[in-house]
Design a protein around this ligand. Structure first.
Ligand SMILES: N[C@@H](CCC(=O)N[C@@H](CS)C(=O)NCC(=O)O)C(=O)O
Length: 214
């Protein structure tokens, strides 16, 4: 039975899962859920995820929601080398630190998007929050290739996706945030990274249209 992913490309959480799927070359049937029209509140989605949010993965009888849980599941099941989520306990713990951080910054982004939809504006408070995230991440990434060190992991997939959506609100200034820019450049060298580009462009267009920027 083919694995199904309920998703929307604009969603950073969905793009994080898409990166894992593409990296591991897992055959998947994609089911688009339009969050802008509230399709996620339909009973068939509520049956799969009580929170009515995407991404949702359906693998036979197993239904998994939350991008971080889905990515761990996919690597454990389909990545025999487990490089994206290594077996080593301390390596896993460090990945989880960043996955939790990702949830925190995603929630801020999600609130900013809800506010943008309602008011057609991005507040100064949001810009300050975004800058704080960029500054911290930029300092942290100094001398590092990937989030937890030399190896690409699912922590990179989640954060690359969330920062991709953050950049729709405030571009990552490559002079000011050189280490973030270098990390994104490194990701862009991955052949499967292409899969996430359309979604990032969609968020940028969405934010522009909400702000009435040409
Ligand atoms: N922690 C969850 C967050 C899921 C989430 O909030 N998804 C958003 C899209 S990025 C959603 O479905 N929002 C629809 C809504 O809240 O109505 C994850 O990582 O998957």
């Amino acid at each position: 039975m083919v694995v199904k992913l309920y998703k929307m490309d604009m969603s950073s959480c969905c793009r994080a899962v898409l990166l894992t799927i593409k990296a591991l070359n897992i055959p998947v049937e994609y089911i688009d859920v339009n969050l802008l029209t509230g399709e996620n509140w339909q009973p068939h989605i509520a049956k799969l995820n009580p929170r009515c949010k995407v991404p949702i993965l359906e693998d036979g009888n197993d239904i998994i929601w939350d991008s971080h849980a889905i990515n761990i599941y996919l690597v454990k099941k389909y990545d025999k080398g487990n490089t994206l989520y290594p077996d080593d306990l301390i390596a896993q713990v460090h990945i989880h630190e960043w996955l939790h951080f990702d949830t925190e910054i995603f929630v801020k982004l999600s609130n900013a998007m809800i506010q943008l939809h309602a008011t057609r504006a991005i507040t100064e408070e949001t810009y300050t929050d975004v800058r704080k995230v960029y500054e911290m991440l930029n300092n942290y990434l100094k001398g590092k290739k990937w989030i937890t060190g030399d190896n690409l992991t699912i922590a990179d997939f989640s954060l690359l996706s969330t920062i991709g959506s953050y950049s729709a609100c405030l571009d990552v200034d490559s002079e000011k945030y050189r280490n973030i820019a270098a990390w994104i450049k490194e990701a862009e060298r991955l052949p499967f990274y292409e899969a996430t580009k359309k979604g990032i462009e969609d968020v940028k267009l969405y934010v522009k249209s909400m702000l009435n920027v040409q």
